[in-house]
Design a protein around this ligand. Structure first.
Ligand code: AMP
Ligand code: TRP
Length: 339
């Protein structure tokens, strides 16, 4: 076992691959902000190199990168307290990604469920990058010797793979360069589901816009999506067990709980026995009150892209100061001749 005591450090990232959803907000960004405010060192990344594993229109990618940075800040990330940058500006990610792909075993990669979900029956037509991406994700985390990784439940397998990669590297090269990072998956909102199908996660890439709430949706759109969200004809139960075979009902209660920072049990105590006709408008109002100030702030920040680029550039410089020496240690451990 490792003798080295690594400093507590948080790293996480989100792909700039389109609209940020309520699922990203509740499952990820809201918790990024909470961790920042506990005083731990926090590093948050716009992972553009991950986004290009599937086709991205070049002009749109630039805009989406700035928009995600604006969303981070509008949700409460403070670029002075956290390091905020886009991945491709720090070359250590790509370099370490390659090195770690030489440590990762094909058998480990073949178990990744996200690739199977994303590729479906079209695996032959997918990019090699989409398949290899978990090794790059491991590099994102390990380049900073990060110890804690806040993510939604869908990313747990990738963080566990990162631990396996780190352990194999340390073992093979008799080094103690890498900590074994822990996924931080907690709270009610680890998996927000689609508004149209309670068995699918709410996703940026769902073809139906009605399946998700985007952080940039206006009040009317949010209210209409919640009003039309799929439910069942029964009223809300008073106990959590009453939600067990009702995924859509459970999802709406869960969203309410996450937005109001309470538990599902507390929400059911308040609304048990009520019909969705009553609950949905109250949920819509809560969502609008929460999201409107964020989307207004995003719009204000997006009016000054130069300032966003400055923030990302400054973050990249600070990130590089941490990642460069780690990469040097890695190269030294594997026997690469350096300057
Ligand atoms: P992605 O949209 O795949 O780039 O995910 C970015 C972050 O948001 C990751 O930490 C995900 O686990 C999290 N996330 C994405 N969708 C959801 C969802 N529906 N519910 C909870 N967390 C999510
Ligand atoms: N793979 C993550 C997703 O699709 C994004 C991501 C890339 C990430 N690198 C990371 C998350 C490092 C946490 C840590 O959501």
């Amino acid at each position: 076992m490792s003798e080295v005591n690594f400093k507590k450090r948080v790293f996480s990232g989100i792909q700039p691959s389109g609209n940020l959803t309520l699922g990203n907000y509740l499952g990820a960004v809201k918790r990024f902000v909470e961790m920042q405010n506990t005083g731990i060192e926090t590093i948050y990344c716009v992972v553009d190199l991950h986004a290009i594993t599937v086709w991205q229109d070049p002009a749109a990618l630039k805009n989406q990168t700035r928009e995600l940075a604006a969303a981070y800040i509008a949700c409460g990330l403070d670029p002075k307290k956290s390091i905020l940058f886009n991945q491709s500006q720090v070359s250590a990610h790509a370099e370490l990604g390659w090195i770690l792909s030489c440590v990762t075993r094909l058998g480990w990669m073949n178990r990744m469920t996200q690739f199977k979900d994303k590729a479906g029956k079209n695996a032959e037509k997918m990019s090699l990058g989409l398949y290899a991406y978990p090794a790059l994700m491991a590099a994102d985390i390990l380049a900073y010797q990060a110890t804690h990784v806040p993510v939604g439940e869908d990313q747990k397998q990738h963080v566990e793979l990162t631990r396996d990669i780190a352990a194999k590297f340390n073992h093979d090269f008799k080094s103690e360069v890498f900590p074994l990072p822990e996924p931080i998956i907690e709270g009610t909102a680890t998996r927000i589901m689609s508004l149209r199908d309670g068995s699918k996660k709410m996703s940026k890439s769902d073809p139906s816009d009605k399946s998700r709430i985007n952080m940039t949706d206006n009040a009317d759109t949010i209210a209409s999506k919640i009003r039309k969200a799929k439910t069942d004809p029964d009223s809300l139960p008073s106990e959590i067990e009453g939600l067990s075979s009702r995924p859509e009902a459970r999802n709406l209660v869960n969203i309410y709980a996450a937005l109001s920072d309470t538990s599902i049990t507390a929400v059911l105590q308040e609304f048990g026995g009520q019909q969705f006709g009553t609950f949905k408008p109250i949920l819509a109002e809560l969502a609008v009150n929460h999201l409107a100030p964020i989307s207004n702030e995003m719009a204000r920040l997006m009016a000054d892209p130069t300032e966003i680029d400055r923030i990302l550039g400054d973050g990249a410089q600070r990130a590089n100061i941490i990642a460069s020496p780690v990469l040097e240690k890695v190269k030294n451990a594997i026997g690469i001749v350096a300057r």
